[in-house]
Design a binder for this molecule. Structure first.
Ligand code: AMP
Length: 290
């Protein structure tokens, strides 16, 4: 595996790969890699060669009171894991390389970025779409891989790619979870002791929604009430939002129809977590993926 720190060199390498009709795959990450990231990389390796994994803790997507400085950084372990997986290129630019003095541009997916996570974290998605468009411009991948763990983010990036006529396909991969159901996340290292135990309530509440849907419940207010009943049994969990929204508009729906998501965010102690379940029509019923 080659580690690349400069944009020019990364561009040159992927330019040459495309000239040889090779299929470039990109997996953007902020590092502190775990099985969730590895699942995206394996998906990329099934469809693409070379595979580029980017590792960049993007300052623009952190709010002023957020955890930019504490965010876990484990570059050497990440590099070893990527090497073991057989990744072709690790792209690890510095903040100065990505945002030199005089940088002026931001990319905003209007509307979709104001709701849910966007309302709780103003400016977050503006930072995300700006850095992802830069990565797309540098690597120009045919396929780019994102986790359904960050469902709203994946939805926004798909919209940005379509709106800006980018020549890539956005692939969204399933959520990888710990044995107790907690969605893997680099931020889970913040969860100590009782907080770690309590955090499993998030996926439990989504599993209850899945069970209620299997029993025939279609009313989203009643589904969300069942979800809240689980979360209120855990005093350490403070719900920020829980909504059932249409996959295209991200607007709340009154009863299940088409493809939709249960999206939730909660604080467990001082740690903010997000989780979701995907609801898809399946004949006369719905298939729910937690
Ligand atoms: P991050 O490093 O947290 O910015 O995540 C990089 C990519 O990995 C994003 O597309 C995430 O959605 C994805 N990802 C993070 N955690 C998981 C997980 N538990 N399962 C699947 N994908 C994940």
């Amino acid at each position: 595996m080659e580690t690349i720190h400069t944009i020019e060199w990364m561009k040159q390498i992927t330019h040459e790969a495309r000239a040889q009709d090779r299929i470039v795959g990109l997996v953007p990450t902020m590092g502190a890699l775990h099985e969730g990231h590895f699942s995206l990389i394996r998906a990329a390796q099934r469809e693409c060669a070379p595979v580029v994994v980017s590792l960049f803790v993007n300052p623009k997507q952190f709010g002023p009171s957020e955890d930019l400085n504490q965010y876990p950084r484990t570059l050497e372990a990440d590099r070893a894991a990527l090497e073991a997986l057989g990744v072709d290129y690790l792209f690890a630019p510095s903040p100065q390389e990505m945002y030199p003095p005089g940088f002026h541009t931001a990319v905003v997916v209007e509307g979709l970025s104001d709701r849910l996570e966007g309302r709780s974290r103003p400016g977050h998605f503006r930072g995300v779409t700006t850095v992802v468009l830069k990565l797309f411009g540098i690597v120009q991948p045919r396929f780019a891989y994102f986790g359904r763990k960050d469902a709203q983010q994946a939805r926004l990036i798909r919209q940005m790619s379509a709106d800006l006529n980018l020549d890539n396909r956005v692939v969204v991969c399933p959520i990888v979870r710990a044995a107790d159901g907690l969605a893997l996340s680099s931020r889970n290292v913040y969860l100590k002791g009782e907080d770690r135990r309590a955090s499993a309530a998030l996926s439990r509440s989504l599993a209850v929604v899945r069970d209620e849907i299997a029993r025939g419940e279609r009313d989203t207010a009643r589904l969300l009430a069942a979800l809240r009943r689980i979360l209120t049994t855990e005093p350490r969990v403070a719900l920020d939002y829980a909504e059932i929204v249409d996959n295209e508009t991200l607007e709340p729906i009154a009863s299940l129809r088409g493809t939709c998501y249960v999206l939730l965010a909660a604080k467990v102690g001082d740690t903010r977590l997000i989780d979701n379940a995907l609801i898809e029509p399946d004949g006369a019923n719905f298939k729910v993926s937690v």
